[in-house]
Each structure stands twice: as structure tokens, then as C-alpha cells.
Design a protein around this ligand. Structure first.
Ligand code: F6P
Length: 556
């Protein structure tokens, strides 16, 4: 590598840049006729099948990407992650979310301490507590069982648990385990979200779980105080000990808030917020809803992918292949976005979760040692379940910008509907679209084909599809706790691979700080205006005008 040390100066990177011209000479229409290429690009692990053959890549591309992975020291970085090295160097922390799903018999060390017993101590505590709540042994202040849970948290303390909850809500076995129970999430500080989360709930049957790694996040703490007041106004201040528990790394602040440390569920600073769904952040609320046994299956699914990621050779390693191909798309083929398109309504919160994991992890402008990147890192993630997305933004993907797509299909649906007079069932109809969309993007439709169909000349440009638009197709056998865990870990590790190749720190998030500081300045001024009638000062013309309008109309 040359003087600056950026990977973009390496021979492997330059070689891939040059290779783009070669790939541009081919069309997916041709690439898909090469059966041996396609066979080599369909990979399987533990029931998950991923077909990469609709990526704009050949075996040669893959070899060049593997060379790039050597330059980036990918293998070494993966190893360092699993052995608890402080790879999050700007915060001097290990990145050990994989330890959260390790079986009891494993040993994973952080600063010389085996963290697996610590993980299981908390898991055992969650099992005990959730069993007691679910069985009605732990009751509220008036002696009634706590059937409803409100989990208060934001960002990583919300999106992962919501994703898993949404995925399990309609699965027959987990739905049965959740019968007569409710799980709500309160994330936004918006009073509308407070009203929505509490709507129809009664204090005497509600358990509140405050989820915050730091226990300082302004929105979460204000919501926690609001909901505490909702509880105590109906049940008295002693009710807090029965109706409020916390998940945090900061037990001191939990105690100061008024929650008995006995009712606090710990996790550790080697778990990043957006990677924390397998800690008490997700496991506690989800176990309260679905029972601890179901949630351990979710952890087992994630662990299966962890082991695959750690040990499988790169040519068969699903997260590595996903990560390398997404770097190829973003950094070489010029596609900065990724559409995550599950053909499964239960996965409707996958894209919002991955959006945070990916964009907060890899949205960086400098390398891990502080050098300004001369290439773009990070990827713009968005998505909706099919077929809804087809009737929304797919137009742009088919004829506008090139957006690589992840199509995710489930072979056996959680639900079945089949009317006797229909040709196919609802699920088969859904999956017809899953299979069709990937080919529509790859092949497109040529002017010649349109002419042969008798399309008038003036419509030919409008009806032409260029095709050659990359996607991958992933098939999962079912959507149960285990496969939800697998899917989660696949995406988590894919994002880590991207960051390792780009040479950035995927595990800090300094970019969220500035807005928080500025909000605090506004808060101070708003308070001064309300209590002392002080005029707004110190902001630019735009902010002063907007703030004054807001205060005037609000009557503050
Ligand atoms: O603002 C972003 C963030 O720091 C996320 O990384 C984190 O998941 C979220 O806020 C919530 O933080 P906490 O769990 O500490 O309340």
C-alpha cells in the first residue's frame, strides 16, 4: 500500500476499479446464461440459501474481492472481534455482541475476564423474572398479574427488539406463548407516541421496562419520567418497585432514578447499542412477551451464524460474501444504496433496524486511525416488505437509479390462506412476485422485444427496461425465533465486513453528538423564555425566526 495508507491506494483496490470496465461490457442477461457461474454463486448454510448470481460479478470479481479482503486484513479483524480485542479504538472498547449468544460452555474473554458466565448470570435472572411475571407470581401493586409491558428506549435500545417482536408476533407458536399479553414500545419523545404506547393500558396491569445503555438519553429519560408519573399518579410512589424495571450498563443512574438495583438487568460497554438486541435490551421484553425458551432459540440462531462467520472459508462465508459484494456495489459500481425487500410482512421492521445498524456503523468519513477517506463509506439502507414496495418505490429501481436489492423470501409462511377458487394461495402469490422481481431487474426489456409485441414507437422509450440491475435472493425455510436470529446475525456481520474493508471504525457513533449538544442549547433558551420571558439569542437568523414563531404560537 502507498504512503497515505488508504486502502484505495492498494493494488487490489485499483485492480477492482479497472475491472469495472470489463464488467460493464457484460449484461446480467449474459451472465445468467453461464450455469457454472450461477451454481458457484448459490451458497447455503444451516437452511439459509443465498443466490448471488444476479450480482454484477463474475468469479474473477470474487477473486479480486478476496484479494482486497487480504489487503484489508479481514480475517485478522474478524478474529480480533471474536477474541475481545478493543477494536472500537476511539472508545477503547471490545466489540463482543457475539458473546451475548454464546452457549454456557463457551469461553470468550474481554480484558482477561471470561464474559460468558456474566452473560448467563443475566440470562438466568431474565428467565427467573420473566417466568414469574408470566405465571403471575410477580404481581403489581394491587395484586394483579402484569399482562402488559411498555419498553421505553430509542435507537439501538428500541429498533432491534421491535424488529424481533414484529417477526414473532404472527408465528403460531410464539403467538400462542404471547396469548393475552401485550408488548408496546415507546421510543419517540413526541407526546403522540406516549399517547399511542399507553392507549388502553391500565397502570395496575402494566410493567414498564426502561431500556437505555447510558441511562442518560434525553428522550428516553423524559419518557421514563412521564410514564413513572402515569404509574404513580394511579398507584402511589411505592408502586415503582413492582411496575418499573430497567436495562442498562449504568446501574448507579438506574438507582438514582428510583429503581431497585435488584430490578435492573445489566449489560456491558463491550455491547454497542445497535448490536444490543441479544442482551437484556431485547431478551428481557421479548421473554416477557414470548417466554424465555423461545428467545433462547433466537439467540441460538444468531450463534449459528456467528460460528459460520468465524470459521467458514471466505468463498462459502455468507456474511463475508454479502459484505464484499456490497462494497463492490457501493465503492466500485457506484451504487450507494441498498433496498432490503422481505417478501414477508412479519419482517416489516427489518429494514428500519438494519438502517440503524448499517448507517450508524458505517456512515463515517475517516479511517479508524483518523485519515480522511478519499472514497465514500457507508450505504443508504431502506426497504419495505414486498409486494407493498412494488406499488411504491420500485418504479425508481426498475427504470430510474440503480439500487442493489436484497430479496428475502420465506418458504413456509407463518400463516396460510387459500381460497378454493384461486389458482395459488396468498403466500404463493407473494412468492411469485419474489421470484419475478429479481429477473425483471436483471433482464429488463429491450426495444426489440417491445416492437415484437407491437408496442407503438412513441411508447418504446417509456416501456424499455435497461435491466442489468443487481440483486440477491435469500430463501429462509421458515420465520421462527431461530431463523430470525440467523437473519439478524447475517446482517450484523455483513455490516462489520463492509467497515473492515473500508478501514473505518464501525462501532462508534460520534456523528450523533453534535445535534444533541445543539438541542440542549435550544432547551436552555426555551426554558429561559418560558420562565423569565427572556428573548431568544445566540442563534442565526433562520433559527431565531423559527424559534420565535414557535414560542409565540405556543404562548411560551
Ligand atoms: O443517538 C444514538 C444512540 O447513541 C444510539 O447509538 C443508541 O442506541 C441510542 O442513542 C440510545 O442510547 P441509550 O441506549 O444509551 O439510551
Amino acid at each position: 500500500m502507498a504512503a497515505t495508507g488508504l486502502i484505495s491506494e492498494s493494488e487490489a483496490w485499483i485492480d477492482l476499479k479497472d475491472h469495472v470496465a470489463e464488467i460493464n461490457k457484460t449484461h446480467l442477461r449474459e451472465l445468467l446464461t453461464d450455469t457454472s457461474r450461477c451454481e458457484g454463486m448459490i451458497k447455503e448454510h444451516d437452511g439459509i440459501l443465498i443466490d448471488f448470481s444476479r450480482q454484477r460479478a463474475t468469479q474473477k470479481t470474487m477473486e479480486k474481492l478476496f484479494s482486497l479482503s487480504k489487503v484489508a486484513k479481514l480475517e485478522e479483524k474478524i478474529k480480533k472481534m471474536f477474541i475481545g480485542e478493543h477494536i472500537n479504538s476511539t472508545e477503547d472498547r471490545a466489540v463482543l455482541h457475539v458473546a451475548l449468544r454464546a452457549p454456557r460452555t463457551e469461553h470468550i474473554f474481554e480484558s482477561g475476564r471470561d464474559v460468558v458466565p456474566d452473560v448467563w448470570e443475566v440470562l438466568d435472572k431474565i428467565k427467573d423474572f420473566s417466568d414469574r411475571v408470566r405465571s403471575g407470581t410477580w404481581v403489581g401493586a394491587t395484586g394483579k398479574p402484569l399482562t402488559d409491558v411498555v419498553a421505553i428506549g430509542i435507537g439501538g435500545s428500541f429498533l432491534g427488539p421491535l424488529f424481533v417482536h414484529t417477526a414473532l408476533q404472527t408465528e403460531p407458536e410464539t403467538a400462542k406463548a404471547a396469548r393475552n399479553r401485550k408488548l408496546r414500545f415507546l421510543s419517540n419523545v413526541d407526546p403522540i407516541d406516549v399517547a399511542r404506547a399507553l392507549n388502553g393500558l391500565k397502570q395496575e396491569t402494566t410493567l414498564v421496562v426502561i431500556v437505555s445503555k447510558t441511562f442518560t438519553t434525553a428522550e428516553t429519560m423524559l419518557n421514563a419520567r412521564t410514564v413513572r408519573s402515569w404509574i404513580t399518579s394511579a398507584l402511589g410512589s411505592n408502586a415503582v418497585s413492582k411496575h418499573m424495571v430497567a436495562v442498562s450498563t449504568n446501574v448507579k443512574l438506574v438507582k438514582e432514578f428510583g429503581i431497585d438495583p435488584e430490578n435492573a438487568f445489566a449489560f456491558w460497554d463491550w455491547v454497542g447499542g445497535r448490536y444490543s438486541v441479544c442482551s437484556a435490551v431485547g431478551v428481557l421484553p421479548l421473554s416477557l412477551q414470548y417466554g424465555f425458551e423461545n428467545i433462547t432459540k433466537f439467540l441460538e440462531g444468531a450463534w449459528s451464524i456467528d460460528q459460520h462467520f468465524r470459521t467458514a472459508p471466505f468463498e462459502n462465508n455468507l456474511p463475508v460474501l454479502l459484505g464484499l459484494l456490497s462494497v463492490w456495489n457501493a465503492s466500485f459500481l457506484g451504487c450507494p444504496a441498498l433496498a432490503i425487500l422481505p417478501y414477508c410482512q412479519a419482517l416489516q421492521k427489518l429494514a428500519p433496524h438494519i438502517q440503524q445498524v448499517s448507517m450508524e456503523s458505517n456512515g463515517k468519513g475517516v479511517t479508524i486511525d483518523g485519515k480522511v477517506l478519499d472514497y465514500e463509506a457507508g450505504e443508504i439502507d431502506f426497504g419495505e416488505p414486498g409486494t407493498n414496495g412494488q406499488h411504491s418505490f420500485y418504479q425508481l429501481i426498475h427504470q430510474g437509479r440503480v439500487v442493489p436489492c436484497d430479496f428475502i423470501g420465506i418458504i413456509k409462511s407463518q400463516q396460510s390462506v387459500f381460497l378454493r377458487n384461486e389458482i395459488v394461495s396468498n403466500h404463493d402469490e407473494l412468492m411469485c412476485n419474489f421470484f419475478a422481481q429479481a429477473d425483471a431487474l436483471a433482464y429488463g426489456k429491450t426495444p426489440e422485444e417491445l416492437r415484437a409485441e407491437g408496442v407503438p414507437d412513441y411508447l418504446i422509450p417509456h416501456k424499455t427496461f435497461t435491466g442489468n440491475r443487481p440483486s440477491l435472493s435469500m430463501l429462509l425455510p421458515t420465520l421462527k425465533p431461530y431463523t430470525v436470529g440467523q437473519l439478524l446475525a447475517l446482517y450484523e456481520h455483513r455490516i462489520a465486513v463492509q467497515g473492515f474493508i473500508w478501514g473505518i471504525n464501525s462501532f462508534d457513533q460520534w456523528g450523533v453528538e453534535l445535534g444533541k449538544v445543539l438541542a440542549s442549547r435550544v432547551r436552555t433558551q426555551m426554558n429561559a423564555s418560558r420562565t423569565k420571558g427572556k428573548p431568544v439569542q445566540g442563534f442565526n437568523h433562520s433559527t431565531t425566526t423559527l424559534l420565535n414563531r414557535y414560542l409565540k404560537v405556543r404562548g411560551l
